[in-house]
Design a protein around this ligand. Sequence first.
Ligand SMILES: *Cc1c(COP(=O)(O)O)cnc(C)c1O
Length: 440
Amino acid sequence: MSRTTDLRSRELFERAHAVIPGGVSSPVRAFNAVGGTPRFITSAQGAYLTDADGNRYVDLVASWGPMLLGHAHPEVQAAVEAAVRRGTSFGTPTEPEVELAEEIVGRTPVDLVRFVSSGTEATMSAIRLARGFTGRDVVIKFAGCYHGHVDALLASAGSGLATFAVPGTPGVPASSTELTLVLPYNDRDAVTAAFAEHGDRIACLITEAAPGNMGVVPPEPGFNAFLAETCAAHGALFVSDEVMTGFRASPQGQWGLDGALEGWAPDLMTFGKVMGGGFPAAAFGGRADVMSRLAPEGPVYQAGTLSGNPVATTAGLATLRLATDDVYAHLTKAGETIKAAAAEALTDAGVPHTISSSGTMFSVFLCEGPVRDFADASRTDAAAYAAFFHAMLDAGVYLPPSAYEAWFLSAAHDDAAVQTIVDALPGAARAAAEAGKATK
Ligand SMILES: *Cc1c(COP(=O)(O)O)cnc(C)c1O
């Protein structure tokens, strides 16, 4: 039984295929991991998406994180409309970018911030700056952490722990990843060994502040502090990628959960998603002495025609100003309800699962725990998730179309929206149980 029709989405997907590779502008949107036709969304309001066939879904993707306040928030819309009327791009400094920078500096440990247009640009630029500042070339990243499609970071582990990486995709030259080390997440021994062997060549270690791109895999207590200390001891920079977690996991991002508590700060941070308020805006920031090495103050080149765009920074500023403690308290409460309902439904259906969280972010792995790194996360039952996903979709809940993603709530997820999710879970859990059996 399918509650939803997808005729119009199918038509659009066919047309899209004729002119766009895979019919999508970013691969995960294509539903390849779950099968079926991606829904073409025509409008969204609050917690709900409406597709081209007129189906309405409670949205648990939130544009992959940005829509913290829900879709089409009236105050954000009004600010954006006013900004559009003033003109959309000037190629000059503007007041909204100063205000957004002040807001970010006020919430996080960074002294200075530079705007870019995507999270990818933010991490790419942070790495260039770390290399320029230290005069070193090697970068460490963790398997399962995603930092955008930067050549040097689309890397897979080489044959041994402290050996250099190989390209993770065709099109990335070996020369781009031969200065990248890929280590298992939450593994202190691997970090210690890599620094022991290559310490004086390491420009920076970059990590998701709490990984969300292999599903949510929280840092073990003290892990980020350990990384910061290890980097400092070897003269390398600690780059904390908060593109997903920033202003999402807590009002101060993941840093607000462990950095503020444990008393350390990253040398550089990257932001995106929520800070753009649904527009293409991202940023990197950090210590004043490091950031001032950027052009025009310093020699490290970095630039962007649309960087700090006045409409995008206005949307981001309006969003952050409305992202009060109440919003995060609401996300926590709604998240607890959904996590408890998911655990109960999956337990009742006999589906192995692990629910993992960091701050207000969480995800549901369809495998036994613990899930502490990418190898663990990879045990999730993808076929069971596909069945789970489609059952939820048919019941009017839009989950991420991939088993390795966080479920994102918004301030607009009221009791009715949460109840729709809770009501859909038992049926979806039974569908997952059937599909899981079939693949055994
Ligand atoms: C989404 C994401 C990026 C990339 O951002 P884009 O805007 O998609 O380029 C980088 N790092 C993390 C942690 C992300 O979640």
